[in-house]
Write a protein that binds this ligand. Structure first.
Ligand code: URA
Length: 240
């Protein structure tokens, strides 16, 4: 048994709050009857639910995870060089695949799923999902060099679109700068290449967000299932 709005969110109809609005608006039927009362419990195995005339189901076969990837793991299912892979860090390794990749020495948020359509769409260049990184570089780059990167254009290996770069902190003694970089493309080693192009060595690189999804509370090396609302959100990001 579960609440109707939770069922709707798990079925990918809309977030819980939006599902409540659909219920209020009389757009939801349980076993053929419009239900407007909030918090009704349904039996997901026996009841039939229609939203705006369409039957909706929870698809138990689809898995959606987020991982806080540590450095030193490669983002592949099998590695021919026998390096440690991210699959050692997720529970259902038989069925999960990474959505895109992070370099071996990059840490941070990585999605994994067996929903091939979602992977295809989220990694397709035309979707331009924003991704946020924190990068520490040495030496501290000049303001001019950073403006150059912000504007986009040729960085030697390829051209990049304009991006956002914000200073987080300097360490004058170490001669390092830490920046928050937001890009909406995912070219191979893009953030590293950007800073290497302006003469910096990359000390650490971590991805902290994919769209509005963040690692909040998820410890390094740990994974968790996405919540129903997060699944709705990533599907929306992918245009599904
Ligand atoms: N940019 C990089 O340079 N590396 C990553 O892993 C991701 C983005």
């Amino acid at each position: 048994m579960m609440r109707l709005q939770k069922f709707m969110a798990m079925a990918g109809v809309a977030s819980r709050r939006q599902s409540e609005k659909l219920i209020e608006a009389g757009k939801v039927k349980v076993n053929g009857h419009v239900v407007k009362e909030m918090g009704m419990k349904i039996d997901e195995k026996r009841d039939t639910i229609h939203v705006q005339g369409k039957r909706v189901f929870i698809n138990e076969d689809k898995l959606y995870y987020m991982l806080n990837k540590p450095r030193g793991y490669v983002s592949t299912v099998n590695d021919e060089k026998n390096r440690k892979t991210i699959m050692e860090l997720v529970p259902d390794e038989e069925r999960l695949y990474p959505v895109g990749r992070l370099d071996q020495n990059t840490s941070g948020i990585l999605l994994l799923t067996n929903d091939g359509d979602l992977t295809y769409r989220l990694t397709h260049p035309k979707h331009e999902v924003t991704k946020k990184y924190v990068i520490k570089v040495k030496p501290i780059p000049s303001k001019e060099k950073l403006s150059e990167l912000r504007k986009g254009g040729d960085i030697g290996v390829y051209s990049i679109a304009p991006c956002e770069i914000r200073l987080r902190r300097f360490d004058e003694e170490e001669n390092t700068g830490t920046y928050e970089v937001t890009i909406s493309e995912g070219k191979n080693r893009q953030v590293r290449n950007m800073f290497e192009y302006i003469g910096c060595e990359v000390v650490t690189l971590k991805r902290i967000a994919i769209g509005e999804l963040t690692l909040k509370g998820l410890r390094l090396g740990k994974s968790r299932k996405l919540t129903p609302d997060e699944i709705v959100y990533v599907k929306k990001l992918a245009g599904i």
